[in-house]
Write a protein of this length. Structure first.
Length: 311
């Protein structure tokens, strides 16, 4: 029977990074992974980053739907249509505001009998755990019915903080195994059973957030990324973008995480849906995104003119 591994966790916790690691583990051991990836806006942007690891026919993007309620039927149908494969394993990455308890309750019903009951892994950002203000309840909800809690962003964090986070996690989910991201290996997963915990009910509207996207043109310099991220309000908890920058020969992917950190890295391949700026969180609005992009381009032009004058 084929295992279903559901990966949940707050925005920016490191779900996609963990997913990539598990996919690599699977391929190295001659397993045949299928990946279903859900996001508010343009899930294809993240799916494309996995296309160099496995054939695109084994990838499914679910955009715009809430897979813990209105999108659960689409998710269930997508899983049931997955072709049978030798040594198959299915990974489902949920969006960062998913009501993880509701998701497991709904997904466990109506799945084809060739699949094992789904097992949930929660990704926990040690640096920012329970420092989300009004979103702490949602983050805590996301670990309550998980079988494994994977700790990320531990680098540079004091051991006292890490132990305090572990203590809080154990109080919320006493039966879960807590492990660091670099210690998790796919061979550990077949032995993991679904959690039997009962969870505290979450007001479901807390898992429904605004999101938006806009076309992102070529950026003349890397400072444009900072200008765009700085200009968007802090209520927007996740910013992602993919475009070309300056004279770089490849596409570039950037993101601003909920703690305000901005990361920029090469994007593998070419985005199928074109270059985009995506936001998740209160205040997300296409008109705002378009204005911020326009202002960043004007600022970049002024920088270039000033530099020419200085020369």
């Amino acid at each position: 029977m084929e295992a279903i591994i559901v990966i949940v966790g707050f925005l920016g916790a490191g779900k996609t990074t963990l997913l990539k690691k598990l996919v690599d583990n699977a391929v190295e051991r001659d397993w045949n992974p299928f990946v279903v990836l859900n996001d508010y806006e343009n899930a294809n942007l993240d799916v494309a980053q996995l296309s160099e690891k496995i054939d695109s026919k084994w990838l499914k993007a679910l955009s715009g739907s809430c897979i813990c309620c209105s999108g659960i039927s689409e998710l269930r149908d997508s899983v049931n249509r997955i072709p049978e494969r030798k040594n198959g394993i299915t990974f489902v990455e949920a969006n960062g505001t998913t009501d993880a308890c509701s998701l497991m309750g709904f997904l466990g019903v109506g799945i084809d009998e060739r699949f094992l009951p789904p097992v949930q892994i929660s990704v926990v950002d040690v640096k920012n755990w329970q420092l989300r203000g009004e979103h702490n309840e949602l983050e805590a909800n996301q670990i309550q019915v998980s079988s494994i809690l994977v700790l990320t962003h531990e680098s540079g964090i004091e051991s006292a903080r890490i132990e305090a986070v572990k203590t809080q996690l154990k109080a919320l989910n006493p039966s879960a195994k807590i492990i660091s991201a670099d210690e998790l290996d796919i061979t550990q997963l077949p032995e993991v059973a679904p959690s039997e915990n009962s969870a505290t009910k979450l007001d479901h509207h807390k898992a429904h957030w605004a999101s938006s996207s806009a076309d992102l043109p070529h950026l003349p310099d890397y400072l444009c990324v900072k200008d765009i991220c700085d200009a968007l309000p802090s209520t927007i908890l996740r910013i992602k973008g993919c475009t070309t920058i300056a004279n770089e020969p490849h596409y570039v992917y950037f993101e601003r995480c909920p703690d305000g950190e901005v990361y920029v890295r090469p994007y593998r391949g070419k985005p199928d849906t074109g270059t985009k700026l995506l936001t998740i969180g209160p205040g997300s609005d296409k008109a705002l995104l378009e204005q911020v992009i326009k202002n960043a381009l004007v600022t970049a032009k002024q920088r270039k003119s000033q530099k020419a004058c200085n020369v």
